[in-house]
Design a protein around this ligand. Structure first.
Ligand code: TXA
Ligand code: MG
Length: 353
């Protein structure tokens, strides 16, 4: 695509007006939400939505979330607004919950929903996003404002790094509060609700509101491609496998290979990397002594909410350092860690000693 000049502008009445002007004219604008920055366009304008796919390099078979400012707007986009949608919206909107429902005919164009017969709707809990939707008078399609398969942005600078030269305007509303993307739940007439993507709103919170079990879609097979073959006699990075992007379906990835390591295996893995002269960046969880000059480490928070808030920033920071390998000392299992672990597992590969 042709290069464009990207302006990054603090939110003000003037820059809001600029954003509304661009969006109303069928262009894209990166905007803050409470989860991550989104790349917004008029969800009802197929040419405008096409520009989102182009700027991100996103495959056309991956549908977008349509952002609304209230329940009434969501209802206009769907074929049916079931009681369960009402209950969840009542409990969690505005907020980081996306509802996938059957799509009303003739409203949202196919390109926005990737040709499917469902539409994902969400009412974001961010004054800038809400005000933009209201001023525009149309819903905003907005995926995370990063190049396809890269780390989601939680600051305006992250957006610039990922999409600079491809979009006209980034509205800078400061760092995003939640730090990881919304929980996506699909409601259908015939089946139990399913969580398609975990997020800060937990499965049990949704169950509690609905008074019935929600299913969590089984995580894709976790990749475990780093490690020793029996002949290796120890831990060896199998770079051929984990450096070949075509071999795995990855999401949310840094450019530098990311290896997920259980706390008990951290020492042996770092020892191995040291011997190989690798320059390593580590997301630490349990704390650690200084393990040598080849290590750049970031101490991550011990609670899931703050960990989520800092995760993408930490990955951006380490990814920008030109290191050989990033290592994440994995946080524990347990319901509050489901979303964080989901993002990590998709971004990296397990180390199996
Ligand atoms: O927090 C968020 O959800 C952020 C902010 C900007 O709102 N948006 C976001 O969008 O993360 P994106 O495009 O990066 O992720 C949307 C996810 C994708 O996994 C997509 O496949 C899924 O939602 N999705 C969207 N529409 C869907 C649909 N109709 N059916 C099933 N999944 C859908
Ligand atoms: Mg995304």
């Amino acid at each position: 695509m042709r290069a464009r000049e990207t302006r990054i502008a603090a939110v003000s009445p003037e820059t809001m007006k600029d954003a509304v002007g661009l969006l109303s004219g069928g262009d894209v604008v990166a905007i803050p939400t409470e989860t991550v920055y989104g790349l917004a366009a008029n969800a009802l304008d197929e040419v405008a939505v096409g520009k989102i796919y182009d700027a991100k390099g996103r495959p056309g078979n991956n549908p977008l979330i349509v952002h609304v400012s209230c329940v009434d707007e969501a209802r206009e986009l769907v074929a049916d607004w079931p009681r369960e949608a009402e209950a969840l919206a009542e409990a969690f909107w505005p907020g980081p919950l996306t509802l996938v429902l059957s799509k009303r005919a003739g409203m949202v164009p196919d390109i926005t929903t990737a040709g499917g017969n469902t539409v994902a709707v969400r009412c974001p809990d961010h004054p800038v996003a809400l005000e933009l939707i209201r001023q525009c008078g149309f819903p905003l399609a907005a995926p995370s404002a990063n190049r396809s398969n890269h780390i989601s942005p939680t600051t305006a600078e992250h957006v610039l790094e990922s999409l600079g030269g491809r979009i006209p305007l980034i509205l800078d509303g400061g760092p995003c509060r939640a730090g990881i993307e919304s929980t996506v739940v699909m409601l259908s007439k015939d089946e139990a609700p399913v969580i398609l993507r975990p997020g800060s709103i937990l499965a049990e919170e949704i169950s509690e509101v609905l008074g019935r079990e929600v299913r969590e879609r089984a995580a894709g097979a976790e990749r475990s491609v780093v490690g020793a073959t029996p002949m290796d006699g120890g831990a060896v990075l199998n770079e051929e496998v984990f450096l070949s992007p075509g071999l795995q379906q990855t999401h949310y990835s840094p450019t530098t290979p990311l290896v997920l390591v259980k706390p008990d295996d951290l020492d042996s893995f770092l020892g191995q990397m040291g011997m190989e002269g690798k320059r390593v960046g580590v997301l630490l969880f349990s704390g650690m002594e200084n393990r040598g000059e080849y290590i750049y480490n970031i101490m991550m928070p011990r609670d899931a909410e703050n960990y989520a808030f800092e995760l993408y920033s930490a990955l951006y920071r380490l990814d920008g350092m030109g290191l050989d390998v990033l290592v994440c000392e994995m946080p524990p299992e347990g319901t509050e860690w489901v979303a964080v672990r989901d993002r990590l597992v998709r971004a990296g590969c397990w180390y199996s000693p």
